[in-house]
Write a protein that binds this ligand. Sequence first.
Ligand SMILES: Nc1ncnc2c1ncn2[C@@H]1O[C@H](COP(=O)(O)OP(=O)(O)OP(=O)(O)O)[C@@H](O)[C@H]1O
Length: 715
Amino acid sequence: MHTLTSRAKNNMPLTQAGPNLVNFWPPLQTPKSRRGESVWDAPPALAALVKRVYVSMVGSRRDHSVCAVGRSGTGKTTACQAFTHTLLKQAGTTGENISVERVQAMFTILRSFGCVSSQHSDTSSRFAMVFSLDFNHAGQAAAGHLQTMMLDKWKVCQTTQGESNFLIFSQLLAGISTEMRTELQLHQLPESNSFGIVHPTKVEEKQRASVAFTKLLTAMETLGFSAGEQKAIWHVLAGIYHLGAAGACKVGRRQFVNFDSAQVASSVLGCEGEDLHTAVFKHHLRQLLQRATGHSRERNPAAEADEGPRLTATQCVDGMAAGLYEELFTAVVSLINRALSGQQLTLASVMVLDTPGLRNPRHFAEERGATWSELCHNYLQERLLEHYHSHTFRHTLDRYAQEKIRVEFECPESSSAEVVSAIDQPPPQVHNSYSCVRAADGDPRGLLWVLDEEMVTPASCENSALERTHSPTHRCEQPLQCEVNHLMGGDPVRYDLTGWFSLIQNNPSALNAICLLQNSTIGEVKSMFTPRISLPPLCRGLGGLEGGSQRSLQRNGTIRKTFSGGMAAIRRHSQCIAVKLQADALVNLIRRARPVFLQCVNAKTDGGSFDVPALRVQLDSTQILSALQLYRTGYPDHMTLSDFRCHFQALSPPIMKRYASMFVSHDERKVRCHIEAAQTLCDVQLRINKLFFPLCLRQWRSCWLNWMWIKRASL
Ligand SMILES: Nc1ncnc2c1ncn2[C@@H]1O[C@H](COP(=O)(O)OP(=O)(O)OP(=O)(O)O)[C@@H](O)[C@H]1O
């Protein structure tokens, strides 16, 4: 028996943050409200949550996680930013590395590099992140650590209807200085760009992008990005832009369409035109050469064992652009971590998790089927909902069963587990060699595994993968399309698998990107990407695997373990399995922390009318009524026996002894009665302290510490 359950709701010094919170606060319309608060200031419900999480974190010395889930455009990123901002403001910071401004600068940079504008949002995230704030023993934020996962590297070269490329491109084109524009050869822009990177033409758009670029520059200055590092970033971005302008021949030899732009791309990236051509189109030659001369710096089993089918010229150019952007994004995350890291001893951390939301073309009355990247992001949302379900219901009921507490509650039957397994269920036996053998048909396995197997099967195609999918994934009448019942059947998404093999096969051009950057003749580019050479390529989409503090090492260790154990070590270079592993890593990161879920819902359509059916589906998926029912009928506030000892032992050893015997006796009513007595004593003590300190959170903390001190003195 290691946990103790109490019914008390108020004033308990250690409270578990409530079951979840639905983003229902008033609309955020303007950057500054009339009272002069910034949009970062949390609305009251969120501010109260910040307080609870902080008090619980300091009191229990346990890590907490705040996890935003919901559809795309429901305000997850906004809520996470407001939460972080309020937490930092209320807890206070220590040292030069971390401050409210620096964290705000981090969000500004991430917005530029990781968001796109879509029909429903100007800043739709295309990466998942865990931002951990480490608090020292005085309860102040002492360091920050950002870990990112870019599931959708293809966004940089493949446009989706109604969506822009990453915001940084339009910002760069609108705002870069004349001098740098000349250096990057961006003064005369070609008319077409195969990556859909467009220079904003409308005056208003241009102005907005230019202002955003100025903000980005300020943010980079705030986080100490040197002039050289900024220059390297602009060069890589311009290189990608010119690659898009160079385009690829659709027929005939694999080569660029526009040789002049290709030449410009190579000079901006700091390599010879021939080198770029080889890295993009002749990767097999390059690999052979490197192996022969022993210059291959990183072993890549994926590329060695399976060079895959011959890529088209477009796939080669896309691969290079995606590889370059992936490396750039990871490098930017490293620079952010360098700026926010700290070495102080950590009491506990608060992890804020923000991911791209669930997207369904039907939400915007679009006729198209959903894409590969939408599958990745929707799968991640389902994984988080599964985590929510098991934390809220399964683990809680298990704990009651373990403590022999009877609670009248029927666990909701539906959960995300079914959809999750339809997407990621591994085959009964995962093969031990890298070359995957097609297993006996009929073995149920998830879509990701089916795609992975079919992709390496000679003469197979997306259609063969579709034939092997199982419930709740089912084929549609349209060719190459299937439907997955997301949100427990409430939000079915129709996926179009056309061209998916080209996205999930290993693309040697993408892998060559890092070599190109590391061998650049531009000193700044070379030095920015050279440190990555020493890191084994765990998974290219992962960012933030650096950091020397004990906590960052622990967090990175969790990710490394996810990618290096058993099956993962063998299959992690497969693009499909890497999606599952990244989701595993994300959930593993937050699994041990005490979670709070921010369930974000959108009640209005783009036209502004109230969309009741959509709201109902979203609320159903949160299972909020069942969660509240369990919260009310159960015993949500609880603590471990060690915590109990730590916080109540001041009462005197004989009383403690009596409590200890209660644990053994399992007499629930007696335990409750004694806990309430103990609490009353603590409350009295707290109230005495509160007489001397006004009740704002900061003072509350010192009051808390003071109470601890009095407690120790009375021992
Ligand atoms: N409570 C709110 N009221 C009104 N507008 C909001 C609210 N929260 C966020 N928004 C606005 O909605 C848009 C989308 O917000 P945000 O980017 O936070 O959504 P998201 O859920 O993170 O989307 P995605 O999953 O696509 O990244 C933004 O323009 C934001 O300003």
